[in-house]
Design a binder for this molecule. Structure first.
Ligand code: P6P
Length: 338
């Protein structure tokens, strides 16, 4: 449909225009995606004034991951869970902040076809330093019988079964990026109007990579293949240049967003301090892998395609390489060689 308006279309208009991409959706997936829009605005508002309200800093508690919980972690988790529950379009949720899955045991929700897995506020340790943080989400069609409470099997599906995935990056501007399997599009929030407008149409990784994103503080723990890649990235070419430059924010969404726009690779490998890597398969690696592949990139654990890993536990961790295809394949080659 031609856009007859002389402004970028809104997220809502885009979702309606692209209904055809939502296989068998009778508006539920539309409602589900738009609930992320509402919750994203609420979290964005809280983050933008965090320094002015008593919401920065830690709660003094640890989450199920053993990580110190930031007050905004708790707030974001509650906002997304309540918004999704109230929309009546989700049967259940897995959240990084919740020990087990949550079943929305009421009539409307139980009839919903979908489940959501999310990291409500990723990189929250950066908030007090005013560094970009993000929300990551993944949407599946439930495999258990609609009309009954969700079961664990609904959440332990391989990433290839995702029907949609996305992230919100709360940075110099707030951008919602998502895919339903027909490419990746980004929408920038205009706080003056209160709407998200299409700003990044059909995002594709550039062919060449520009940055590598890894916490080199863990160098001593890295497997040999990763160390070999870092040495390759830092070598000085004959003309005095080097292949890549290092950019690592400590916020997965910020690093992925930059690498997807300008080319690059993000790596969180396994090491003695993180024997299976740090990132969680279900609500960090899989949604980012879906977006990455839809944007022409690649995501693996160094050997296997991330989205083909069959999950065993809702909080399982996985070594993670993600980004420009040629760079991921170079690292996989180095890992294979040593
Ligand atoms: P480290 C944030 O906790 C996160 O999950 C990602 O957003 C980020 O890339 C990574 O962990 C940072 O971990 O060990 O380098 O501080």
């Amino acid at each position: 449909m031609k856009n007859h308006i002389d402004r970028p279309i809104t997220l809502g208009e885009f979702i309606i225009e692209n209904q055809k991409d939502f296989e068998y959706a009778q508006g539920e997936l539309t409602a589900l995606l738009s609930s992320f829009r509402l919750a994203g605005k609420m979290v964005n508002q809280a983050i933008n004034r965090a320094g002015l309200s008593n919401i920065i800093g830690k709660t003094g508690n640890e989450n199920v991951q053993g990580e110190h919980q930031a007050k905004l972690d708790v707030m974001a988790n509650e906002v997304f869970i309540n918004t999704l529950r109230n929309r009546g379009v989700v049967s259940g949720i897995v959240s990084e902040e919740e020990e087990d899955f949550i079943s929305f045991d009421n009539e409307i929700n139980d009839s919903s076809k979908y489940v959501v897995l999310m990291d409500p506020l990723d990189g929250s340790s950066n908030i007090d330093a005013n560094i970009t943080v993000g929300t990551i989400f993944s949407i599946y069609r439930r495999v258990s019988k609609p009309g009954t409470p969700v079961k664990r099997e609904d959440f332990l599906q391989a990433g290839t079964k995702q029907v949609a995935a996305g992230y919100l990056t709360y940075g110099s501007s707030t951008i919602l990026v998502y895919t339903t399997g027909s490419g990746v599009n980004g929408f920038t929030f205009d706080p003056g109007i209160g709407s998200f407008f299409l700003s990044h149409k059909d995002i594709r990784f550039p062919n060449a990579g520009y940055t590598y994103s890894i916490n080199e503080g863990n160098y001593g723990h890295f497997p040999k293949g990763i160390k070999k890649f870092i040495k390759w990235a830092q070598r000085i070419e004959k003309n005095g240049t080097r292949p890549l430059t290092a950019r690592y924010t400590g916020s997965l969404v910020a690093d992925i967003h930059r690498n997807m726009l300008f080319g690059g690779i993000y790596l969180y490998p396994q090491g003695t301090s993180a024997p299976n890597g740090k990132l969680r398969l279900l609500y960090e690696a899989n949604p980012i892998a879906f977006l990455t592949e839809q944007a022409g990139g690649k995501a693996s654990d160094g050997i296997n395609r991330i989205m083909e890993i069959v999950p065993k536990d809702i909080h399982q961790r996985v070594p993670f390489l993600c980004g420009t295809k040629s760079l991921v394949e170079l690292v996989e080659k180095f890992i294979k060689e040593v």
